[in-house]
Design a binder for this molecule. Structure first.
Ligand SMILES: [Zn+2]
Ligand SMILES: [Zn+2]
Length: 146
C-alpha cells in the first residue's frame, strides 16, 4: 500500500485521520468541516480519496469510519505525532508547543524512523496528548529478544 512507509499522505489527510480516530466510530463529514474550518464539499473530496485508498469507508449521509487497515494506520499516525512530540518536550518545549510544531512536519517522517526513535526512548506509553500504542514498532521483539 502507498502508505506503508508512513509518507503517502498529505498533512491535511493526516490531520483528518487523527481527528476521526479520536472523535468516534462514525464521524459526519460536516463535523470534520466544522473542526477544520473548511467547506463540507472539500472534506467530502478528501475523505473520498481516503476511501479510494482503502483507509476509510464513506457512507453518504451517515459519515466516515475506518477500515481495518485504516484504523491500524491511524494508530501509527497518532504514535508518530506523540513520539515526535516527546522528543520536543524532552528538548525544552511545552506540550502545546510540541504538538503544534510536530503537526507541521510529522507527515514527512517515515515509519521506520518513528519505530527506531520509539525503541530508543524505551517505548513510552504516554505522550503529551494521549496514549502511545506499540503494535508496529517491534516492542514484542525487544521483550523476547536478547
Ligand atoms: Zn499532540
Ligand atoms: Zn514503541
Amino acid at each position: 500500500m502507498e502508505t506503508d512507509d508512513g509518507l503517502g499522505l498529505s498533512p491535511r489527510k493526516v490531520e483528518y485521520l487523527k481527528y476521526i480516530y479520536e472523535t468516534g466510530v462514525t464521524v459526519k463529514t460536516s463535523r470534520i468541516a466544522d473542526r477544520f474550518g473548511v467547506d463540507p464539499s472539500t472534506v467530502t473530496k478528501t475523505v473520498d480519496e481516503l476511501a479510494r485508498s482503502g483507509l476509510l469507508i464513506h457512507e453518504p449521509y451517515h459519515g466516515v469510519r475506518f477500515s481495518e487497515s485504516g484504523r491500524e494506520y491511524a494508530e501509527f499516525l497518532l504514535k508518530r505525532h506523540r513520539i515526535l512530540s516527546l522528543v520536543f518536550t524532552r528538548s525544552g518545549l511545552s506540550g502545546d508547543e510540541a504538538c503544534r510544531e510536530v503537526s507541521r512536519f510529522e507527515s514527512l517522517v517515515s515509519r521506520s524512523a518513528v519505530d527506531r526513535i520509539c525503541r530508543a526512548m524505551g517505548h513510552p506509553s504516554l505522550g503529551v496528548c494521549g496514549e502511545i500504542t506499540h503494535g508496529t514498532c517491534g516492542l514484542d521483539h525487544d521483550r523476547h529478544g536478547s
